[in-house]
Design a protein around this ligand. Structure first.
Ligand code: C2E
Ligand code: MG
Ligand code: MG
Ligand code: MG
Length: 282
């Protein structure tokens, strides 16, 4: 009967929630250790230049994506632990680690790859990180310590982050003053508005995968991509189409004028040595 079924459902939900909470608190304790034990590492996904009527430019850039080599769970992705790191105050340390490691790798590639080295390094920022006071001076210190040229570093923020508060806005302007580039990540998700693009000090708009994945099948999505590219260009920004998985999607976003593309079609995120091989191929 209904009452018994409802009761059973409660038990089910309680167990599911307890399981989730346990997994979380387990991960939180583990994450503190992971930072100390160097279990975090960075992989790189190529960002290619889209050239109408020609092959893609492999040397355009790379995006740094953090991974966790957990001793029991194996490789854990950022979606599982960035939120936890933010909540338990570890995002600052995690973010500094990723930025420094990525800048070091980038500088090494300049030597090992010469003209084949990527020209731009993109690193993701989370809200809590950008909100931290004194954070821009940490970025400056990392740039100085690694020798990373500021204009080759692109920091990626999401719209909700960029729009939210004035401390964040101020920090973004401070970053621009350092000479680093800013990109708006996952554009089109959340409460995006083309009209508000000019309010943000960004150089690049990354069109979210949810649009790109339908570029070849939906006229509606094509129109939105085209409009985004037009507005971005007219504001002096360039665009990256995220999550390109097929030749058809690649062709369409190239025709619609996107400057750059990123996705499994070109390459999955790669460990440093594999990225070097990919950049040297062709
Ligand atoms: P994002 O910045 O939008 O990065 C793109 C994500 O899409 C990556 O997932 C990438 O592996 C995935 N992706 C790329 N191409 C394709 C494709 O063709 N198809 C599909 N299905 N997926 C594709 P990942 O590495 O799991 O990262 C997820 C998110 O976690 C990132 O989204 C970013 O917001 C965040 N993140 C990653 N690394 C860091 C970090 O170091 N710090 C912070 N704060 N956030 C990070
Ligand atoms: Mg990103
Ligand atoms: Mg993105
Ligand atoms: Mg995305």
């Amino acid at each position: 009967n209904a009452k018994r079924a409802g009761g059973a459902r409660h038990v089910f939900f309680d167990q599911a929630m307890r399981g989730q909470a346990e997994r979380r608190s387990g991960l939180e304790a583990d994450l503190r250790r992971a930072l100390a034990e160097k279990e975090l590492f960075v992989v790189y996904q190529p960002v290619v230049g889209l050239q109408p009527g020609a092959g893609v430019d492999r040397g355009t850039g790379v995006e740094a994506l953090v991974r966790w080599r957990h001793p029991k769970r194996g490789i854990v992705g950022p979606v599982e632990f960035i939120g936890i790191a933010e909540e338990c105050g570890l995002i600052g340390a995690l973010g500094d680690y990723v930025l420094a490691a990525a800048c070091e790798d980038f500088m090494r590639w300049r030597t090992s790859l010469g003209p084949r080295a990527p020209r731009l390094l993109a690193v993701n920022l989370s809200r809590a990180q950008v909100a931290e006071t004194g954070w821009t001076s940490t970025v400056r210190e990392i740039l100085l310590a690694t020798g990373m040229p500021p204009h080759q570093l692109q920091l990626e923020v999401t719209e909700s982050l960029a729009a939210q508060d004035t401390a964040v806005q101020r920090h973004l302007h401070e970053l621009k003053a350092l000479g680093v580039k800013l990109a708006l990540d996952d554009f089109g998700t959340g409460y995006s508005s083309l009209a508000s693009l000019h309010l943000l000090p960004v150089d690049t708009v990354k069109i979210d995968r949810s649009f790109v994945s339908q570029a070849d099948t939906s006229a509606h999505h094509r129109v939105l991509i085209e409009a985004t590219v037009r507005v971005a260009h007219s504001l002096g920004m360039d665009t990256v189409a995220e999550g390109i998985e097929t030749e058809a999607q690649s062709r369409v976003v190239t025709e619609l004028g996107s400057d750059k593309g990123q996705g499994y079609l070109y390459s999955r995120p790669l460990a440093g040595p594999d990225l070097e091989a990919w950049l040297l191929a062709e």
